[in-house]
Design a protein around this ligand. Structure first.
Ligand code: XMP
Length: 248
Protein backbone atom coordinates (compact mmCIF):
# COMPACT_ATOMS: atom_id res chain seq x y z
CA UNK A 1 0.00 0.00 0.00
CA UNK A 2 1.35 3.45 -0.94
CA UNK A 3 1.94 6.34 1.48
CA UNK A 4 -1.24 8.24 0.66
CA UNK A 5 -3.44 5.18 1.07
CA UNK A 6 -1.72 4.35 4.37
CA UNK A 7 -2.25 7.77 5.91
CA UNK A 8 -5.82 7.96 4.63
CA UNK A 9 -6.64 4.57 6.09
CA UNK A 10 -5.04 5.39 9.47
CA UNK A 11 -6.85 8.77 9.57
CA UNK A 12 -10.17 7.04 8.96
CA UNK A 13 -9.56 4.20 11.40
CA UNK A 14 -8.35 6.41 14.26
CA UNK A 15 -10.52 9.39 13.28
CA UNK A 16 -7.46 11.57 13.63
CA UNK A 17 -5.65 14.19 11.54
CA UNK A 18 -2.63 14.30 13.84
CA UNK A 19 0.85 13.54 12.51
CA UNK A 20 3.04 12.94 15.55
CA UNK A 21 6.51 14.50 15.22
CA UNK A 22 8.56 12.13 17.36
CA UNK A 23 10.98 14.85 18.43
CA UNK A 24 12.44 13.15 21.47
CA UNK A 25 15.86 14.16 22.78
CA UNK A 26 18.48 12.63 25.07
CA UNK A 27 20.40 9.38 25.51
CA UNK A 28 17.29 7.19 25.91
CA UNK A 29 15.36 9.02 23.18
CA UNK A 30 14.83 5.98 20.96
CA UNK A 31 13.34 3.94 23.76
CA UNK A 32 11.12 6.84 24.86
CA UNK A 33 10.07 7.53 21.28
CA UNK A 34 8.90 3.95 20.83
CA UNK A 35 6.98 4.10 24.11
CA UNK A 36 5.40 7.41 23.12
CA UNK A 37 4.44 5.98 19.75
CA UNK A 38 2.75 2.94 21.28
CA UNK A 39 0.94 5.01 23.91
CA UNK A 40 -0.46 7.56 21.45
CA UNK A 41 -0.94 5.36 18.36
CA UNK A 42 -4.75 5.31 18.58
CA UNK A 43 -4.87 9.13 18.48
CA UNK A 44 -2.64 9.76 15.46
CA UNK A 45 -2.61 8.89 11.76
CA UNK A 46 1.08 9.13 10.90
CA UNK A 47 4.55 9.52 12.45
CA UNK A 48 7.19 12.05 11.41
CA UNK A 49 10.84 11.49 12.32
CA UNK A 50 13.33 14.33 12.29
CA UNK A 51 17.04 14.92 13.00
CA UNK A 52 16.41 14.40 16.73
CA UNK A 53 16.48 10.65 16.07
CA UNK A 54 17.96 10.36 12.58
CA UNK A 55 21.31 11.95 13.50
CA UNK A 56 22.13 9.98 16.65
CA UNK A 57 20.75 6.62 15.47
CA UNK A 58 21.05 6.80 11.69
CA UNK A 59 18.42 5.31 9.42
CA UNK A 60 19.61 1.75 10.09
CA UNK A 61 19.12 2.26 13.80
CA UNK A 62 15.54 3.37 13.21
CA UNK A 63 14.35 0.24 11.40
CA UNK A 64 12.81 -1.16 14.61
CA UNK A 65 10.90 2.06 15.32
CA UNK A 66 9.61 2.19 11.76
CA UNK A 67 8.51 -1.46 11.94
CA UNK A 68 6.70 -0.72 15.18
CA UNK A 69 4.82 2.19 13.53
CA UNK A 70 3.87 -0.07 10.62
CA UNK A 71 2.64 -2.76 13.00
CA UNK A 72 0.35 -0.10 14.48
CA UNK A 73 -0.95 0.77 11.00
CA UNK A 74 0.91 4.09 10.81
CA UNK A 75 3.07 5.39 7.93
CA UNK A 76 6.38 7.14 8.68
CA UNK A 77 7.72 10.37 7.15
CA UNK A 78 11.42 11.26 7.16
CA UNK A 79 11.48 15.04 7.63
CA UNK A 80 14.84 15.42 5.87
CA UNK A 81 13.93 18.59 3.88
CA UNK A 82 16.08 17.39 1.00
CA UNK A 83 17.67 20.18 -1.04
CA UNK A 84 20.74 19.13 -3.07
CA UNK A 85 21.77 18.18 -6.59
CA UNK A 86 20.01 15.24 -8.19
CA UNK A 87 22.68 12.56 -7.70
CA UNK A 88 22.99 13.31 -3.99
CA UNK A 89 19.23 13.60 -3.53
CA UNK A 90 18.82 10.20 -5.16
CA UNK A 91 21.20 8.51 -2.71
CA UNK A 92 19.51 10.20 0.23
CA UNK A 93 15.99 9.28 -0.90
CA UNK A 94 17.02 5.70 -1.70
CA UNK A 95 18.52 5.32 1.79
CA UNK A 96 15.37 6.55 3.53
CA UNK A 97 13.03 4.41 1.45
CA UNK A 98 15.28 1.37 1.83
CA UNK A 99 15.19 1.74 5.63
CA UNK A 100 11.39 1.59 5.54
CA UNK A 101 10.33 5.26 5.54
CA UNK A 102 7.13 5.77 3.54
CA UNK A 103 7.64 9.43 2.61
CA UNK A 104 10.24 12.19 2.64
CA UNK A 105 10.09 15.98 2.73
CA UNK A 106 11.88 18.00 0.06
CA UNK A 107 12.55 21.71 -0.44
CA UNK A 108 11.61 22.64 -4.05
CA UNK A 109 14.59 25.00 -4.54
CA UNK A 110 16.80 22.64 -6.60
CA UNK A 111 14.02 22.49 -9.21
CA UNK A 112 13.17 19.53 -11.44
CA UNK A 113 16.03 18.86 -13.89
CA UNK A 114 19.11 17.49 -12.08
CA UNK A 115 17.38 18.40 -8.83
CA UNK A 116 14.27 16.56 -7.67
CA UNK A 117 13.25 14.72 -10.85
CA UNK A 118 15.07 11.50 -9.92
CA UNK A 119 13.60 11.53 -6.41
CA UNK A 120 10.04 11.80 -7.72
CA UNK A 121 10.66 8.97 -10.20
CA UNK A 122 12.19 6.78 -7.49
CA UNK A 123 9.29 7.41 -5.13
CA UNK A 124 6.68 6.75 -7.83
CA UNK A 125 8.21 3.40 -8.70
CA UNK A 126 8.01 2.30 -5.06
CA UNK A 127 4.68 3.87 -3.99
CA UNK A 128 6.51 6.22 -1.62
CA UNK A 129 5.51 9.80 -0.83
CA UNK A 130 7.28 13.06 -1.63
CA UNK A 131 6.06 16.08 0.34
CA UNK A 132 7.25 19.55 -0.63
CA UNK A 133 7.98 22.20 2.00
CA UNK A 134 6.46 25.32 0.44
CA UNK A 135 5.92 27.69 3.38
CA UNK A 136 7.47 27.14 6.77
CA UNK A 137 5.85 27.97 10.08
CA UNK A 138 8.57 30.04 11.77
CA UNK A 139 8.37 33.85 11.77
CA UNK A 140 11.45 34.34 9.57
CA UNK A 141 9.95 32.14 6.85
CA UNK A 142 8.25 35.21 5.39
CA UNK A 143 11.67 36.63 4.42
CA UNK A 144 12.04 34.28 1.46
CA UNK A 145 9.02 31.99 1.14
CA UNK A 146 6.79 35.06 0.78
CA UNK A 147 9.16 36.98 -1.49
CA UNK A 148 7.72 37.88 -4.89
CA UNK A 149 9.45 36.17 -7.79
CA UNK A 150 8.89 35.82 -11.52
CA UNK A 151 7.24 32.52 -12.43
CA UNK A 152 8.67 31.87 -15.90
CA UNK A 153 6.18 29.11 -16.69
CA UNK A 154 3.16 31.36 -16.18
CA UNK A 155 4.85 34.66 -17.02
CA UNK A 156 3.59 36.27 -13.80
CA UNK A 157 5.04 37.68 -10.60
CA UNK A 158 3.88 35.83 -7.50
CA UNK A 159 4.92 34.86 -3.99
CA UNK A 160 7.47 32.07 -3.89
CA UNK A 161 5.23 29.71 -1.88
CA UNK A 162 2.48 30.00 -4.47
CA UNK A 163 4.94 29.18 -7.25
CA UNK A 164 6.11 26.20 -5.17
CA UNK A 165 2.46 25.16 -4.73
CA UNK A 166 1.87 25.13 -8.51
CA UNK A 167 5.10 23.20 -9.12
CA UNK A 168 4.19 20.66 -6.43
CA UNK A 169 0.96 19.91 -8.26
CA UNK A 170 2.73 19.69 -11.61
CA UNK A 171 5.51 17.44 -10.27
CA UNK A 172 3.00 15.03 -8.75
CA UNK A 173 3.88 15.65 -5.09
CA UNK A 174 1.96 13.68 -2.48
CA UNK A 175 1.47 16.69 -0.25
CA UNK A 176 2.74 20.14 0.66
CA UNK A 177 3.83 21.65 3.97
CA UNK A 178 2.34 25.04 4.94
CA UNK A 179 2.82 26.39 8.45
CA UNK A 180 -0.26 26.43 10.67
CA UNK A 181 0.86 29.89 11.76
CA UNK A 182 -0.34 31.21 8.37
CA UNK A 183 -3.99 30.18 7.90
CA UNK A 184 -4.55 32.73 5.14
CA UNK A 185 -1.72 31.17 3.15
CA UNK A 186 -3.22 27.72 3.75
CA UNK A 187 -6.46 29.02 2.17
CA UNK A 188 -4.57 30.33 -0.87
CA UNK A 189 -2.55 27.13 -1.25
CA UNK A 190 -5.70 25.00 -0.97
CA UNK A 191 -7.11 26.84 -4.01
CA UNK A 192 -3.96 26.06 -5.99
CA UNK A 193 -3.25 22.45 -5.02
CA UNK A 194 -6.85 21.22 -5.35
CA UNK A 195 -7.24 18.03 -3.29
CA UNK A 196 -3.54 17.48 -2.56
CA UNK A 197 -2.93 16.93 1.17
CA UNK A 198 -1.66 19.97 3.09
CA UNK A 199 0.46 19.17 6.16
CA UNK A 200 0.57 21.94 8.76
CA UNK A 201 3.25 22.11 11.46
CA UNK A 202 3.64 24.94 13.94
CA UNK A 203 0.70 24.42 16.28
CA UNK A 204 0.65 25.21 20.02
CA UNK A 205 4.34 25.95 20.77
CA UNK A 206 4.83 27.97 17.56
CA UNK A 207 1.43 29.64 18.03
CA UNK A 208 -0.69 28.07 15.28
CA UNK A 209 -4.14 26.65 16.03
CA UNK A 210 -5.20 23.11 15.13
CA UNK A 211 -8.80 24.03 14.33
CA UNK A 212 -7.82 27.23 12.47
CA UNK A 213 -5.38 25.31 10.24
CA UNK A 214 -7.90 22.58 9.42
CA UNK A 215 -10.67 25.11 8.85
CA UNK A 216 -8.40 26.98 6.44
CA UNK A 217 -7.93 23.82 4.40
CA UNK A 218 -5.11 21.83 5.99
CA UNK A 219 -5.53 18.06 5.75
CA UNK A 220 -3.21 17.01 8.58
CA UNK A 221 -1.67 18.84 11.52
CA UNK A 222 1.89 18.00 12.59
CA UNK A 223 2.41 18.10 16.37
CA UNK A 224 5.76 17.69 18.12
CA UNK A 225 6.62 19.31 21.44
CA UNK A 226 3.03 19.85 22.56
CA UNK A 227 2.71 16.06 22.85
CA UNK A 228 6.30 14.81 23.24
CA UNK A 229 7.20 17.28 25.99
CA UNK A 230 3.86 17.19 27.77
CA UNK A 231 3.66 15.87 31.34
CA UNK A 232 0.89 13.63 30.07
CA UNK A 233 1.47 12.84 26.39
CA UNK A 234 -1.44 10.39 26.18
CA UNK A 235 -3.99 12.94 27.43
CA UNK A 236 -2.48 15.62 25.21
CA UNK A 237 -2.57 13.38 22.12
CA UNK A 238 -6.21 12.46 22.88
CA UNK A 239 -7.12 16.12 23.38
CA UNK A 240 -5.49 17.18 20.10
CA UNK A 241 -7.00 14.26 18.23
CA UNK A 242 -10.46 15.21 19.46
CA UNK A 243 -9.96 18.73 18.08
CA UNK A 244 -9.43 17.19 14.64
CA UNK A 245 -12.39 14.77 14.81
CA UNK A 246 -14.96 17.27 13.63
CA UNK A 247 -13.01 17.40 10.34
CA UNK A 248 -12.99 13.62 9.86
P1 XMP B 1 6.52 21.46 17.08
O1 XMP B 1 7.26 21.06 18.31
O2 XMP B 1 6.67 22.89 16.75
O3 XMP B 1 7.30 20.62 15.93
O4 XMP B 1 5.10 20.99 17.05
C1 XMP B 1 6.93 20.55 14.60
C2 XMP B 1 7.76 19.56 13.86
O5 XMP B 1 7.62 19.85 12.49
C3 XMP B 1 8.85 20.40 12.02
N1 XMP B 1 8.47 21.67 11.46
C4 XMP B 1 8.38 21.90 10.22
N2 XMP B 1 8.58 21.07 9.24
N3 XMP B 1 8.02 22.83 7.77
C5 XMP B 1 8.41 21.54 7.99
O6 XMP B 1 8.61 20.79 7.04
C6 XMP B 1 7.79 23.70 8.74
O7 XMP B 1 7.43 24.83 8.53
C7 XMP B 1 7.99 23.19 10.03
N4 XMP B 1 7.85 23.74 11.19
C8 XMP B 1 8.14 22.79 12.07
C9 XMP B 1 9.77 20.62 13.17
O8 XMP B 1 11.11 20.44 12.80
C10 XMP B 1 9.26 19.59 14.12
O9 XMP B 1 9.79 18.32 13.83
Amino acid sequence: MGFLDMIKRAAEQNRSRIVLALDVKGPDALERAERLLCETAEYICCVKINKHLILPWGVEGLRGLIKRAHSLGLPVIADCKMCDIGSTNFVEAFTYFDAGFDAITVVPLPGWAEGLEGVFHLARGRGMGVITVILMSNRGASEFFEAVIYDEELGVFDKLYKVFARRSLKWGADGVVVGATRPEAIRQVREIVEDLPIFSPGVVVQGGGVVEALRAGASYVIVGRAICESDNPIDKAREMCELTRRFS
